[in-house]
Design a protein around this ligand. Structure first.
Ligand SMILES: [Zn+2]
Ligand SMILES: [Zn+2]
Length: 348
């Protein structure tokens, strides 16, 4: 009987404007072998969701329930599932690497080209009351960690965490420039830097974001609509520059990022919004021994580490709006207008 139960969900019926997100009742999924049924407590709305809704990624075939930033409670486990039981509190990790390709075997699963279980793309995701996910997509929450914090672990906190801790190896007393600081990842980066006892210099293009950046914990805020902030950053660091740049904008700010680096500094590139080629002074790269490193997604193990770090340091994601699931289309409109500071959360 229970497998004929229904649930509320937002289904992407076709590609297009936010109206294509249709709220209604659909059959509740039942876990197949290796799958876990999650009762969803909340799901973040991501810029990727807007891209998928518009049909700009071929992997999604409507009808599809999108949303990959979900957290909730295990309701039921399928045959052969080990390590999860009903009642466990979990958050999702976007995809599952194949585990057998050359990149997976050398410990770089974020480079795997044969991923599966892409939540909200090749399988139904988080804009619903329930979702069936592969057990490899799930990470247990630290004791007492709120769902509304945990759902942002994989997509919002893990990339800057990887940039700051694993690429930058930032310690107390060091300094970090964050470009595009008022976006979700930028605010997360500010919070991570602060938790480590390091100093953050937040770069934003808009005067109107200064207050919010200070409220999020930025030590310095530089308003730079044209990306030429290198001089100011050196001025703020006694002429030396910073140990790490977390580059969330990409080509428009990359020159400023390079000019901000101290000798031996690193630039972790997480975002590229424009896709324009940049020029680099290789003489300086040699003389200063700079390192430039791309950061894609974290791994599932790194997500567990990030959740532990967030919980230990009492980091609360900046949630801009909390909306009921039925208002998913409205959430997409709000995020599309780019006025948001912080994230939007859907609650079933
Ligand atoms: Zn996301
Ligand atoms: Zn692989």
């Amino acid at each position: 009987m229970k497998h004929e139960a229904m649930m509320k969900a937002v289904v992407l019926r076709a590609f297009g404007e936010p109206e294509v997100l249709e709220y209604g009742e659909v059959p509740r999924p039942a876990p197949r072998p290796g799958e876990v049924l999650i009762e969803i407590r909340c799901c973040g709305v991501c810029h990727l969701d807007l891209i998928l809704r518009k049909g700009m990624r071929s992997r999604v075939k409507p009808p599809r329930i999108i949303g990959h930033e979900l957290a909730g409670t295990v309701a039921e486990v399928g045959e052969g599932v080990e390590g999860f039981a009903p009642g466990d509190r979990v958050a999702s990790f976007n995809f599952q690497a194949c585990g057998v390709c050359e990149d997976c075997l050398r410990g770089r699963p974020s480079l795997c080209r044969q991923t599966h279980g892409d939540i909200g793309q090749t399988r139904d995701g988080g804009y619903a009351q329930y979702a069936c996910l592969l057990q490899g997509n799930l990470v247990k929450l630290p004791e007492g960690m709120p769902f509304e914090h945990a759902c942002f672990g994989a997509c919002v906190f893990a990339p800057p965490y990887k940039a700051i801790r694993h690429v930058g190896q930032i310690r107390a007393g060091q300094s970090v420039v964050i470009t595009g600081a008022s976006g979700g990842l930028g605010l997360a980066a500010i919070q991570i830097v602060r938790a480590l006892g390091a100093r953050s210099i937040a770069i934003t293009g808009s005067q109107g974001k200064v207050e919010a950046l200070r409220a999020a914990g930025a030590d310095e805020v530089v308003v730079s609509p044209d990306g030429a902030f290198g001089e100011q950053v050196r001025g703020l660091t006694g002429g030396r520059g910073v140990d790490l740049v977390v580059e969330l904008i990409g080509s428009p700010t990359f020159d400023g990022a390079m000019r901000s680096l101290a000798p031996g500094g690193r630039c972790a590139v997480i975002g590229e919004l424009h896709g324009t080629p940049v020029s680099i002074n290789l003489g300086l790269v040699i003389l200063k021994e700079w390192e430039i490193r791309g950061v894609q997604s974290a791994t599932r193990d790194e997500l567990a580490e990030v959740l532990g770090f967030m919980h230990e340091h009492r980091i609360e994601p900046v949630v801009w709006q909390k909306l009921p699931l039925a208002q998913a289309a409205q959430a997409h409109r709000l995020l599309g207008d780019r006025e948001a500071i912080g994230r939007i959360l859907l609650v079933p």
